[in-house]
Design a protein around this ligand. Structure first.
Ligand code: SF4
Length: 475
C-alpha cells in the first residue's frame, strides 16, 4: 500500500474517502475527469515545460534534477518536481504550481504538498535545507515568445513548511495507519454536519438512507442549525418548519411544502421594476489560460472571443446579434461589435452576472477609449439568476439556481442535449481548434457549433424571462 501526495491531500480533506478508494475501490464512486480538470492538467504540464526550460538554462543547470523519486519502507512515495543538489550533499526542493501565488485556501494545499515531499525525501535519507514553490508571475505580460525568466516566480517557503512539518508528519503517519486498517465505520460520515458544497461523490455511499429531497437541498445550511437538524434526526424537509430556516433557505423549503413551487410575485415584480427596455440578453465565451496565449495578456487572463446578444423591445419582439472571433487576437473587434450593437440605453441581462462584469472591467482596462461604455455595461447589468434565488423556486432545481438546473424545469423543450458543444470548457477548446484549423469544412463545422452553443445560452434566458413574465401576468 503506497501513500502519494495526492492521497495525502485527499486524506486531509476526508480520511474515509481515501480509505474507500484504496481498500474497496469497487464501491468508490469514481467521477470522470471533467473537461475543465483536463484543461487544468494540460496547463500544468505546459507550465512545467517552461519551468524546466528556465532551470535548464541556468549556469548551474547540472545541479538540478527533475522528477526525483523518493520511496520509504513504510509506503510513502513522492516525486519531487525539481531538486537542487548542493555541494554538501543536502538538497533544495522545488514544487511547481500553475497559480500566480502560493495558495493556502481550502482548494489549494501548496504548503502541505511541499511539506509532504519534504518528509518523504527526509525519511528516504536526504537532508532538505530549502523548499520553494515555483509559480506564475501575475505581473508578467506576454510580448512575443514566452519569456520563462519573466513569467516564472520562485517563492521561498522553507520557514512556512518548517512550521507545519511536525503536524504534517503526524498526519502522514495517521494516513498510513488508516490504510493498514481492514475496516472502518461505514455507517455514516462527517459531511452529515457540513453543507452540500463539501460533499464528495461518496456521500450517498456512506449515508444510504438519506431522503430525497433532504435538508441538504437547503442552500448554505451549515453550523449550529445543521447540527441541530442532524442530531435530532430531522433529515427530511417535512420535519423542518419555515421559522427554523434563513431567508435564503425559506423559498426552497416553501417550494417543498407547496408540493413543488414557491412563487413570490412581489419579489419578481421588484426585479422587473429595475429593468429598462430594450433588454439585452447577453453572454460571453472567453478563453482562460494559465499561460498567456497572445501578446498583451497575463497569466490566467480571460480573452473574450464570442458573444451572443438577444435584444428584446418593449413590445416583446426579439432580434439576435452574435460575434465570433476568427483569430486569436486581442478582442478589439469584439468590443467594436459590442459598441455597435448595444446602444446607450436599456438593461443588460446576464445569468450569474459576475462573469460578464469581470470581462467588461478587464476590457475597460485594455481599451480606455471605451471605458465609459464598458463600465456602463457593468452598471446596467441585471442578474436573471436572482429571480430564482428568492422569487421563483421549484424543488426540482435541487436547491440550485444554476441555469443548467432551472432551464429543464421551466422550459423543458429547450435543451443542450445533442449539441456538439454543450458547456464552456468545450467551447474554449473548440475555439482554439477553430482558429488553428486549416481544413475549411472542419473550421466551418466548429464555427457553426460555437455559434449554436452561445446562442442557446441567451435564447435560454429569453425563454426563461418570458416564462417568468407570464407567471406575473397570470396572477
Ligand atoms: S461526503 Fe463523506 S466521504 Fe465524502 S468528503 Fe464528506 S465525509 Fe468524506
Amino acid at each position: 500500500m503506497q501513500l502519494t501526495k495526492t492521497d495525502f491531500i485527499q486524506f486531509l480533506n476526508c480520511p474515509k474517502s481515501v480509505w474507500l478508494m484504496h481498500k474497496d475501490p469497487e464501491k468508490y464512486p469514481e467521477s470522470p475527469i471533467s473537461d475543465f480538470d483536463q484543461k487544468l492538467i494540460r496547463e500544468g504540464y505546459e507550465f512545467e515545460g517552461h519551468v524546466k526550460a528556465l532551470f535548464s538554462s541556468f549556469e548551474n543547470a547540472s545541479d538540478f534534477e527533475f522528477q526525483a523519486t523518493y520511496k520509504t519502507d513504510d509506503g510513502l512515495l513522492a516525486r519531487a518536481d525539481i531538486i537542487r543538489k548542493n555541494a554538501d550533499g543536502s538538497i533544495a526542493l522545488y514544487e511547481i504550481k500553475s497559480s500566480t501565488e502560493v495558495k493556502t485556501d481550502k482548494k489549494h494545499h501548496h504548503l502541505e504538498d511541499a511539506a509532504f515531499q519534504t518528509v518523504v525525501a527526509t525519511r528516504a535519507g536526504e537532508t532538505v535545507t530549502e523548499v520553494y514553490i515555483v509559480h506564475l508571475n501575475k505581473k508578467y505580460v506576454r510580448e512575443g515568445s514566452i519569456n520563462p525568466e519573466h513569467m516564472v516566480s520562485v517563492s521561498d517557503v522553507t520557514d512556512r513548511v518548517s512550521n507545519i512539518l511536525p503536524k504534517i508528519e503526524k498526519q502522514m503517519d495517521e494516513a498510513l495507519d488508516l490504510l493498514q486498517a481492514d475496516q472502518i465505520d461505514r455507517s455514516s460520515c462527517r459531511c452529515l454536519l457540513l453543507s452540500k458544497g463539501h460533499h464528495c461523490n461518496s456521500f450517498e455511499y456512506f449515508n444510504p438512507d438519506l431522503p430525497d429531497p433532504s435538508i441538504y437541498n437547503l442552500p448554505s445550511l451549515w453550523g449550529k442549525r445543521l447540527e441541530t437538524f442532524v442530531t435530532e434526526g430531522r433529515l427530511e424537509l417535512s420535519n423542518i418548519e419555515l421559522d427554523e430556516v434563513t431567508n435564503q433557505q425559506k423559498p426552497v423549503l416553501a417550494a417543498f411544502q407547496n408540493g413543488g413551487q414557491f412563487i413570490d410575485r412581489a419579489d419578481i415584480q421588484n426585479f422587473f421594476d429595475t429593468l429598462e427596455y430594450p433588454l439585452h440578453f447577453f453572454d460571453y465565451e472567453a478563453y482562460g489560460s494559465a499561460i498567456p496565449m497572445i501578446d498583451g495578456l497575463s497569466p490566467h487572463d480571460h480573452l473574450p472571443f464570442q458573444f451572443s446578444l438577444h435584444i428584446m423591445q418593449a413590445d416583446g419582439s426579439v432580434s439576435h446579434v452574435e460575434y465570433l472571433a476568427e483569430e486569436m487576437k486581442l478582442p478589439e473587434k469584439l468590443v467594436d461589435a459590442l459598441v455597435q450593437n448595444i446602444g446607450g440605453s436599456g438593461s443588460i441581462i446576464a445569468w450569474h452576472k459576475t462573469y460578464e462584469n469581470e470581462r467588461n472591467k478587464h476590457l475597460a482596462k485594455l481599451y480606455p477609449q471605451h471605458e465609459e461604455f464598458l463600465l456602463g455595461l457593468v452598471e446596467r447589468t441585471k442578474d436573471l439568476e436572482d429571480v430564482f434565488k428568492t422569487g421563483y423556486v421549484d424543488i426540482a432545481f435541487g436547491g440550485s439556481s444554476s441555469i443548467k438546473r432551472v432551464l429543464p424545469v421551466i422550459v423543458p423543450d429547450l435543451t443542450y442535449e445533442g449539441m456538439d458543444i454543450a458547456e464552456g470548457t468545450a467551447a474554449m477548446d473548440a475555439w482554439a481548434k477553430m482558429v488553428a484549423e486549416k481544413d475549411s469544412d472542419a473550421k466551418a463545422k466548429l464555427r457553426k457549433d460555437l455559434l449554436a452553443y452561445c446562442e442557446r445560452d441567451t435564447l435560454a434566458m429569453v425563454r426563461i424571462f418570458e416564462y417568468v413574465k407570464s407567471v406575473l401576468s397570470s396572477a
